[in-house]
Design a protein around this ligand. Structure first.
Ligand code: AKB
Length: 316
């Protein structure tokens, strides 16, 4: 039987593509998209859409009851750069929306929860290369602290209340259809847009800042894969490391130059440099690969071809 899905934060960078994919997989009538406002006409007009505040437990509970929801994907969050500017709201949104959804699952009103974590759970004392699943985690950002706390709560609700919650630590996500909102890895999306519109890009990180990244197609695949896996395969109930590629601004610029030979990049690091420096450069995701058969398709080269092809068609 198909799940009945509620996506909270459906108009965001991940939510948009996830909503489309889930509607394709399970049918438009089985997927309820929701967000704080009607932020994306494409999502609003192509299926069931509800305006909802992720901080309002009663609103979420009402939607769950009205639509007979079984699974919630909680995608609403403040990302790393925005969270530094508004710590109190970031903590409120990132933590309390999670509690609302976990509590609905604890009360057996829903069956399954997907909640995204991030490489931001790691910090400056974490080994930077090939960061293991289990290692030192001392996040130094507001966002990272909220994600690490969230992971602990997910595991706690699973252990103590049997909640079927599943999570991955997304790296920086790159997509062409919806802009990212307020992350430190966002430069890797902006650079493609500026390469096509201006032929040049000023990067807010320094040239050799290496970070883990993933194309959105792979991120959506991972999300669906972990949610479809049999419960006994999900052996980690905090969150799984997930990885596809790692590169520096110099390396992505060189890849773009293969297609746009006159493209130039300059560097003007800002406050986001400190955030990037506190995160891993590469990730060991062997547990996800072993437990639920995760594998990625896109590397820097194939992602660049796909990004430029799509962006040329829609924007430039
Ligand atoms: C961010 O940069 O804040 C996000 C993330 C890595 O979670 N893209």
């Amino acid at each position: 039987m198909n799940p009945k899905i509620l996506i909270i934060g459906a108009c965001g960078q991940i939510g948009t593509e996830l909503t489309h994919r889930l509607r394709e997989l399970y049918g438009i009538e089985n997927v309820v998209a929701s967000d704080i406002r009607k932020l994306n006409n494409d999502i609003v007009n192509s299926g069931i859409f509800e305006v909802i505040n992720a901080l309002d437990f009663n609103q979420i509970e009402h939607l769950v009851e009205v639509h007979h929801i079984t699974d919630i994907y909680l995608m609403a969050a403040l990302l790393s750069a925005t969270a530094e500017k508004n710590p109190a709201f970031a903590w409120d949104l990132n933590m309390n929306s999670l509690f609302h959804v976990l509590n609905l699952a604890k009360a057996k009103k829903i069956k399954k929860v997907f909640w995204p974590s991030s490489i931001a759970v790691f910090g400056p004392t974490t080994p930077r290369e090939n960061t293991p699943q289990y290692t030192i985690m001392e996040p130094s950002t507001v966002y990272g602290i909220s994600k690490q706390s969230g992971e602990r709560w997910c595991e706690y609700y699973h252990t103590h209340f049997g909640v079927d919650v599943r999570s991955v630590r997304y790296p920086g996500l790159i997509s062409w259809s919806t802009p990212p909102g307020g992350g430190t890895t966002d430069y890797a999306v902006d650079i493609y847009h500026k390469a096509l519109s201006d032929g040049k890009y000023e990067c807010f990180l320094s040239s050799e800042t290496k970070m883990p990244m993933m194309y959105m197609d792979d991120a959506i695949d991972a999300t669906i894969r972990i949610m479809q896996a049999p419960a006994e395969n999900i052996k980690i109930r905090s969150s799984y490391n997930l990885s596809a590629m790692s590169f520096t601004p110099t390396e992505i610029a060189a890849e773009i130059k293969k297609h746009i030979p006159d493209f130039t990049i300059s560097y003007e690091p800002d406050f986001r440099q400190i955030i990037a420096d506190s995160w891993p450069a590469s990730i060991d995701d062997s547990r996800a690969r072993a437990d639920w058969n995760w594998h990625h398709e896109f590397d820097l080269e194939s992602m660049t071809v796909d990004m430029l092809e799509h962006l040329k068609q829609i924007d430039y």
